[in-house]
Design a protein around this ligand. Structure first.
Ligand SMILES: O=P(O)(O)OC[C@H]1O[C@H](O)[C@H](O)[C@@H](O)[C@@H]1O
Length: 278
């Protein structure tokens, strides 16, 4: 059986990443400047049917409970096929994974599709390209997210820039028509927001570095931090993990994507670390 479970990437310049074929799940990304950028819960479970807590879960074909499928769809719990992995001509490292329908998936989501995730790393940048093709003969629609867990040293010393002036849906309070007035978002309690119409970069600012996040193809962005109380209720999230993580997710939720037979959709989330020079 050709079953690979872990995929290690190393670019010519030394940037590194680690993925699992389970979920095509990126668990670790260490750019050339040398420090881990993704949060991975020490209490995470790794196994069939489980979603890994941290890294980059792929949410497809349903975001959260916005529909009849299990929460966040089936892609994060599925075994993906590794199509290729290695170093490209210019020195970047890249892995390509694919997921298609099978009998179990057709029973919950009766559509013929091919989803592809391309993970590329070089220097200080990670690029995630996610695409979906409708290979069937009827249209379907879906919602999706690259649910990236960024590692932070201390959430109280972290600011998020790039969301000022945007409308958002507040999942914690249940309110649909909110607007963020302040230019910088501070995480001081449980936060779970769906921002719409993302056109500028989102930047995670810490004293020692900034991470610039650029998305295209995805219309929305989710910012999630469970806070102390919710953290304690999530069994696979390590104690006080919320202090060391922030999810900034490239997503399309509020206006689902519809694909006619033969049609393709693609979206990208690209992250670049800017270490603070001394
Ligand atoms: O616990 P999970 O199923 O992995 O979901 C984790 C989180 O994902 C997203 O960020 C949603 O906006 C949150 O409402 C949800 O709690």
């Amino acid at each position: 059986m050709d079953k690979v479970s872990k995929v290690l990437l190393q670019a010519r310049d030394g940037a590194r990443a680690e993925l699992h074929t389970h979920g095509a799940h990126l668990c670790s990304w260490i750019p050339v400047s040398g420090s881990e950028q993704l949060f991975l819960s020490k209490s995470s479970e790794f196994g069939p049917g489980k979603a890994i807590r941290g890294g980059v879960p792929i949410v497809f074909p349903q975001f959260s409970n916005h529909g009849p499928l299990p929460k966040h769809g089936f892609a994060r719990n599925a075994e993906w096929r590794l199509v290729s992995s290695g170093v490209l001509e210019q020195g970047a490292a890249q892995a390509v994974f694919e997921l298609q329908e099978n009998i179990a998936r057709l029973l919950v989501w009766p559509h013929v599709f091919r989803a592809e995730l391309v993970v590329t790393i070089a220097e200080e940048t990670l690029q995630l390209d996610f695409s979906v093709v409708n290979n069937g003969d009827t249209a379907f629609s879906f919602t999706t997210a690259l649910h990236t867990y960024f590692k932070v040293d201390d959430i109280t010393q972290t600011l998020i820039h790039g969301l000022g002036g945007l409308d958002y849906r507040d999942t914690v309070g249940g309110s649909r028509d909110c607007q963020q007035e302040e230019p910088f978002l501070e995480i001081t309690a449980e936060t779970d927001r769906i921002y719409s119409d993302i056109t500028s970069d989102i930047v995670i600012i810490q004293p020692h570095q900034q991470v610039q996040i650029r998305q295209s193809g995805f219309n929305d962005a989710v910012v999630w931090n469970p806070g102390a109380e919710k953290n304690a209720q999530i069994s696979d999230l390590e104690p006080n993990g919320y202090q060391r993580m922030i999810c900034v997710e490239a997503a399309t939720i509020l206006h689902p994507i519809s694909l006619a037979p033969g049609q393709l959709w693609s979206g990208t989330q690209m992250m670049t670390v800017h270490p603070k020079s001394a």
